[in-house]
Unconditional design. Structure first.
Ligand SMILES: [Zn+2]
Length: 97
């Protein structure tokens, strides 16, 4: 698994440079919606397909990005949620959606 060369953000997106001019944008909203932590996964499992989650601004605004080893990013949101560890392979899959 190749690691990102560079990670930046704009107002609404995480921008990952995977090298070879392969820049992808993933919106904060999309990242939060797919938060891989146990509590969010459980919450999603209990929702019906028709359920539309409404996020407030703090929930979809990134406060901090930290590297976890050489395989993942830990994202901290403005509402304090910080349990999501986004593995690079997972981020690659998210950016293809
Ligand atoms: Zn979560």
């Amino acid at each position: 698994m190749k690691n990102p060369k560079k990670i930046t953000t704009d107002k609404e997106n995480l921008i990952i440079d995977w090298g070879n001019d392969n820049n992808v944008k993933i919106s904060f909203r999309h990242l939060r919606k797919n938060c891989p932590c146990a509590s969010c996964m459980t919450e999603r499992e209990h929702q019906s397909k028709d359920y539309i989650r409404i996020y407030n601004q703090d929930q979809i605004m990134l406060n901090k990005i930290e590297k976890v080893g050489n395989y993942a990013l830990k994202l901290t949101w403005n509402d304090g949620h910080a349990t999501g560890i986004y593995e690079y392979s997972f981020l690659k899959r998210l950016s293809n959606l």
